[in-house]
Design a binder for this molecule. Structure first.
Ligand code: GDP
Ligand code: MN
Length: 407
């Protein structure tokens, strides 16, 4: 689960990581008032579950409350497209109005889980503020990676080494090392999959005698979904508006649905292994899956019906491929679910079905008698053949005798 920047910063503050004070606005007027209250120079930042906002007009530095209002008006209620969002962008519902920092240097620091190392790893770079992927590709030696230890955490000396390597002024070495240890602790204790601060900045003292500071200017936190049950206080931070609507609807029905780009075949399966095999078969038949929907091992008629409804709501789906294995799931119940889903949605999409296991015969009979355009196959190879024929028929041929063009 992804968090918004303002929520991530609240978590950072909880762990003693310095950020700048700000307020969330949902209307331009609220943004104006927040800027009035804060005084001085502020930054208005669109709150979406994606980065790259700076380059896309989602981060604006403003000098007056009136400018804050205008900046917020240019963001709120619109879709912001960045290189990290889907092509259609993401709706901006909230803007963060935050005091502006006087930046001396922009740095990068993140904690991620590294499967190869088998531990959380701190990633840091002196090249913050810009695309870290680009730095990693062009100048990989500018990216530092320091693994923590699953049992003892991130030892202070490793954090100090990193702080030195980041080249912060001498008086900021200790605060920076401290900050890195705190980010690491947050990552572990809240079961995060990502804690990223880009940029982490050192500030220019604004008057003589003032100390420079190290501040998290931006923050991205993702929480591990499978561990969320351990953090009821964090579950409330979920913002469903930022997600694919069909994925949300599937999650509500305890189905797992994944949208895939560019395909035409909607796949319904039960079990992750079967999902993989079904996508392989789809590819083998010369097509691409538009999505896959896993109804789970113990689905019943109602859940299969909802699964079918979700599957055919995806406008990319031109053919449905259903591949079920009846274990705890009974194939007759699944068949009734499919028929109910097709009737409720009045979908006339062709459906290729293979079913094996508990009550498969009965299930196939229900489908055969249903009057739906189903193509019943005995096994996966048969399903692939049926799929090939259907796709060939639905793809316009260029000239007689020429093979149908497929993507
Ligand atoms: P992102 O593009 O979505 O990652 O949004 P960021 O919060 O990282 O902001 C993008 C860029 O805007 C930063 O790298 C900074 O250069 C600039 N920026 C953000 N906040 C401030 C601020 O308080 N003061 C100044 N001067 N620049 C800022
Ligand atoms: Mn950023």
């Amino acid at each position: 689960m992804k968090l918004h920047e303002y929520q991530a910063k609240q978590l950072l503050e909880l762990y003693g990581v310095p950020t700048l004070p700000g307020e969330v606005a949902t209307t331009p007027l609220e943004a104006r008032k927040a800027a009035e209250k804060a005084g001085g120079r502020n930054v208005v930042k669109a709150q979406i579950h994606a980065g790259g906002r700076g380059k896309a007009g989602g981060v604006k530095v403003v000098d007056t409350p009136a400018e804050a209002e205008t900046a917020a008006a240019s963001m709120l209620g619109r879709r912001l497209v960045t290189h990290q969002t889907p092509a259609g962008g993401v709706l901006v519902r909230k803007a963060l109005v935050v005091s502006a920092a006087d930046i001396a240097k922009e740095l990068y620091v993140a904690v991620i889980m590294d499967g190869d190392v088998g531990a959380p790893v701190v990633i840091a770079s002196t090249e913050g503020g810009v695309d870290i992927e680009e730095i990693a590709a062009r100048t990989p030696d500018k990216i530092l990676r320091v693994p923590g230890d699953p049992l003892i955490g991130l030892t202070p000396y490793k954090a100090r080494d990193l702080a030195y390597a980041l080249g912060v002024p001498p008086e900021l070495v200790r605060p920076t090392a401290d900050l890195i240890v705190k980010l690491y602790r947050l990552f572990v204790e809240k079961d995060c999959s990502l804690v990223e601060v880009n940029p982490l900045v050192t500030t220019k003292p604004s008057r003589p005698g003032q100390q420079p500071r190290i501040i998290a200017l931006d923050a991205k936190v993702s929480l591990e979904d499978d561990a969320l049950f351990r953090h009821p206080e964090l579950q409330a931070l979920h913002d469903p508006e930022q997600e694919e609507p069909l994925e949300l609807r599937a999650a509500a029905a305890e189905l797992s649905y994944v949208k895939l780009e560019g395909g035409r075949v909607g796949c319904m399966v039960n079990g992750a292994g079967l999902a993989m095999a079904t996508m392989d078969i789809t590819k083998w038949a010369g097509a691409d899956p538009a999505n896959f929907l896993d109804v789970g091992g113990s689905a019943d008629e109602k859940r299969v019906e909802e699964a079918y409804r979700i599957l055919v709501s995806d406008p990319d789906v031109k053919v449905v491929l259903i591949n079920l294995f009846g274990g705890i799931l009974r194939c007759d119940a699944a068949a009734r679910g499919i028929v109910a889903g097709a009737q409720a949605t009045r979908s006339d999409l062709p459906v290729v079905v293979t079913m094996r296991g508990t009550n498969a015969e009965e299930g196939l009979k229900i489908l055969a008698d249903s009057g739906l355009k189903t193509h019943l196959a005995h096994d996966l190879a048969g399903a692939a053949d049926a799929l090939k024929e259907l796709l060939a028929a639905s793809t316009p041929t260029k000239a007689p005798g020429q093979q149908a063009r497929r993507r």
